[in-house]
Design a protein around this ligand. Structure first.
Ligand code: 26Q
Length: 823
């Protein structure tokens, strides 16, 4: 929403708000035809399904606008504090059903489209999946946006409007192939372009100092950031917030001088360079990708967002010094950490504050969320690169560093090693700017995303900064929005829970507890089982259609879906699958539980082992699925192109959720929560939020196995030898041997030599160390499955006890404990 921008004609706050549009089905139908005719220019008799989809979205968008304006004006009138969520990723997925459910228009829209002869389910599938994120961090930002609107926190999400989001994954001959994702191909009817909200973003150049020590940065290159706004509707349409994404433009789009002088290519060069800034999402997650364009993207969106925040503040309040009282800026990981230096620059060089005043305002305004402890994912930039792109920011980083290290020295309690660990500059092996330390220094709050992860932050990456500033680190355990991850994806289970609770469980997910008392009730179990079965049939149909693997809904659906990464241990899962395959063939007489082992997920394009693991899953699937000996007992499938929409089908169909990361390595996980909420049992390690899920669900209702984070650390410190473990486990040895000798890759017998060799020699991720415990836990799962009443009771209790993991709870904690905004 454009609220009081400086470049628009000032209007009176007292002008009436637009009248809310009718939600009567006949009115909706008439409006849809109107949009089709006058906005899209199509006659209803020749309109394509895509045209109908666009028309429906435009009609829904209209229903959002009045509330949007009301929300914006209300915050303005109250002189309220606003929350700004800065994130390089917003993995929002499809928005149509979100808007429809939150506005309470599902039935009306269904009826309206029925009258027009349009199939809502069909056009819903045509909406592109807005994949502006890699995985958990991006999806969390999307859940948070929805929750902030639902619990009435005035908030803006700021990010980049990537022309190409997360790549589309194709599996060719078993290998992952990356194709560009073109989600904007047919336009984006949700967004409003705001040409008037544009800012200049500079790079390079030089810094001049005047007699009064005032610095002026003159960039060598300048680009324009142009705003695109998407409304985010909260539950029951209570509040509508804004997701503002920036697109890069050349300052002078056609560089007329050059163009007229005949240098068409030179003229276009500038425009290409600008376009590159918002061209593509970096498709790497916890794997390092430290390229210059990435730092440019980080600065581009941080600077545009901060300029916009300050502009909004000064248009309403007269003093810049009140910024911390009226704005809370949350950094989603270190990706916007350069914003600490940019806010300092704006406060000092543009708004004339001295360093001390600017530093105080910066720290009181900014807070930082850490999402990973993996060393390779901790961002740092070479000093020469940083200095060349952002010379003024480099000076400011040094100034901040001097301040922090002076404070550390002043305590008299730190040795040199500790001081250099706190430094914003890593001096070892080529000097680099540590973005984590910059974000920490510039924030009043640093939070982890689960209890365990927060404790580990204190002990590892931020050990010394935590000693210096012991009050800053705090925990905010992640959550997921129940509107999307229960109500929309599993309406039948939602109905069952709502009937049991007799209240609005979408406003208060704790009320799901009502299901608890029904867990042992035969009729409730039957109803639950029927719901699960229907969800499994839907997934089985999709699996058949996409990969030609036929699954019976009588099988246990055992699912692992997430980014492919060694620490997430898809390899442990597939090696255990191979061991199970051997066991079934050796002992066909035993009472085996039929299982479907399903996987989906993307690997970073440059991550060799992750891509090899995908290939291995495919190779194992080929052998297992065509073996008559295990015909109805074991099936393996890898579903291509995992994204939010695929998750929406897989999550409600799962019986078993695989959350098996090496303990201490998964910051939280949020897929684990989505599965349990939909009545899957979890097999998992004591990692991330699994630890807290066990507390809430009860240890008797979750299957936990393996080394703890402490034990992993100890083993690594004491020189763990995987060869010993493997020698002691004949099942593991046999499975590894089969894989490494080409049983599953007869076309290239050595394909997995090195991968398995890594397990035998170093096994950093403790696959061998945890193998026996995992296999035993799987047999425990089998034992539960053989008693359907016991399984259903446990599954129902899982769903019933997930109230804590609503992102509404998480957001209320951020609001009270970090942002100081009271919803
Ligand atoms: C960094 C530098 C250059 C290029 C890319 C990156 C990059 C991009 C994305 C680094 C990390 C990410 C994403 C991290 C992520 O998704 N972390 C997950 O965050 C979730 C939400 O808190 C947690 O639940 C997961 O445990 C955590 O893995």
């Amino acid at each position: 929403m454009t609220d009081q921008p400086s470049r628009t004609v000032a209007t009176s706050q007292s002008l009436p708000l637009p009248t809310p549009k009718s939600s009567d089905p006949a009115r909706l139908a008439a409006d849809i035809v109107d949009r089709l005719t006058y906005r899209i220019g199509k006659d209803a008799t020749v309109a394509t399904q895509d045209d109908w989809l666009t028309a429906v979205i435009l009609v829904l968008r209209d229903r959002v606008v009045a509330k949007w304006m009301e929300s914006t004006r209300e915050t303005y009138r109250r002189e309220g504090k606003r929350v700004y969520y800065l994130s390089l990723e917003f993995l929002i997925g499809r928005l149509m059903r979100d808007a429809m459910t939150n506005l309470g228009l599902v039935d009306e829209m269904q009826e309206a489209l029925g009258e027009l002869g349009v199939d809502l389910d069909l056009i819903r599938q045509l909406e592109p999946d807005a994949a502006l994120g890699n995985g958990g961090l991006g999806r969390l930002a999307a859940c948070f946006m929805e929750s902030m609107a639902s619990v009435d926190v005035p908030a803006y999400g700021y990010g980049i409007r990537y022309q190409n989001g997360m790549f589309r994954q194709q599996i060719q001959d078993g290998w992952q192939v990356e194709l560009p994702e073109t989600w904007l191909e047919h336009g984006n009817p949700w967004e409003f372009g705001r040409r008037e909200s544009a800012y200049e973003i500079g790079f390079g150049g030089s810094v001049a100092v005047d007699d009064a020590d005032k610095c002026t940065w003159t960039p060598a290159e300048t680009f324009t950031a142009e705003a695109f706004d998407t409304p985010i509707v909260g539950w029951q349409g209570k509040r509508v917030n804004t997701l503002r994404l920036w697109r890069a433009e050349p300052v002078d789009p056609i560089l007329l001088g050059k163009f007229n002088a005949g240098d068409h290519i030179g003229a276009l060069r500038e425009s290409n360079k600008a376009e590159a800034l918002s061209r593509v999402l970096y498709p790497a997650d916890e794997t390092e990708a430290g390229q210059e364009l990435r730092l440019r993207q980080e600065y581009f969106f941080s600077s545009a967002s901060l300029q916009d925040i300050i502009r909004r503040h000064l248009s309403q309040f007269d003093r810049i010094t009140s910024l911390p009282d009226k704005a809370a800026i949350q950094l989603n990981d270190t990706h916007p950490a350069v914003g600490v230096a940019e806010l300092m620059r704006l406060l000092m060089d543009v708004h004339g504050l001295d360093f001390d005043m600017a530093w105080d305002i910066t720290k009181r305004t900014i807070a930082y969320t850490n999402h990973t402890l993996l060393p390779e994912a901790l961002e740092s930039w070479p000093v020469p690169l940083f200095e060349r792109l952002l010379p003024r920011h480099m000076q400011i980083v040094y100034q901040i560093n001097a301040r922090v290290l002076k404070e550390a020295r002043a305590t008299g309690t730190f040795d040199d090693a500790q001081i250099s660990a706190m430094s914003l500059i890593d001096e070892a092996g080529g000097r680099r700017v540590r973005m984590g330390n910059l974000a920490f220094a510039g924030s009043h709050s640093i939070n982890g995303v689960s209890g365990l992860h927060t404790e580990l932050m204190k002990q590892t990456v931020f050990h010394d900064l935590h000693q210096l500033y012991p009050l800053r680190i705090n925990n905010k355990t992640n959550g997921v929005t129940p509107r999307r991850w229960l109500m929309q994806v599993n309406p039948a289970l939602y109905d069952m829970a709502r009937e049991a609770a007799g209240t609005d469980i979408m406003s208060d997910l704790d009320a799901m507890q009502a299901l608890d008392t029904l867990a042992d009730d035969g009729a409730a179990q039957e109803r639950f089982a029927a719901i699960k079965r229907a969800n499994k049939e839907r997934l089985a149909a999709l699996t058949q259609e996409r990969i030609g693997v036929s699954l019976s809904p009588d099988m246990m659906f055992d699912i692992q879906i997430k980014r492919i990464h060694e620490y997430k241990r898809q390899l442990l899962n597939i090696v255990e699958t191979v061991a199970l395959y051997d066991q079934i063939r050796s002992h066909p007489e035993r009472d085996w539980v039929p299982r479907a082992k399903l996987f989906a997920g993307k690997a970073a394009a440059s991550y060799h082992n992750a891509k090899l693991i995908i290939k291995l899953i495919g190779d194992v699937a080929k052998v297992v699925n065509s073996d008559p000996a295990t015909r109805d007992l074991l099936k393996v499938g890898f579903l291509p192109n995992y994204n939010v929409s695929l998750a929406e089908v897989m999550v409600p169909a799962a019986d078993l959720s695989e959350q098996i990361s090496t303990a201490g390595m998964e910051a939280s996980g949020t897929g684990n929560m989505k599965f349990a909420l939909n009545g899957a049992l979890t097999i998992g390690t004591l990692d991330g939020a699994n630890v807290e899920m066990r507390e809430h669900i009860g240890a008797e209702n979750i299957v936990i196995f393996g080394l703890t984070a402490d034990e992993v650390a100890q083993k690594r410190a004491n020189g763990y030898d995987p060869a010993e473990v493997i020698a002691a486990s004949p099942e593991l040895e046999q499975a590894l041997h089969a894989i490494e000798t080409g049983v599953f890759s007869p076309d290239e017998p050595d394909r997995y030599r090195d991968l398995i060799g890594g397990l035998r020699s170093s096994d950093w991720f403790m696959v061998a160390a945890d193998f026996d415990a995992y296999a035993n836990a799987q047999r425990e799962v089998d034992a539960i499955w053989r008693h359907p009443a016991r399984w259903q009771a446990m599954a129902i209790r899982n769903a019933a006890r997930m109230g804590y993991f609503s992102s509404d709870r998480t957001i209320r904690q951020y609001a009270r404990e970090i942002w100081n905004v009271l919803p």
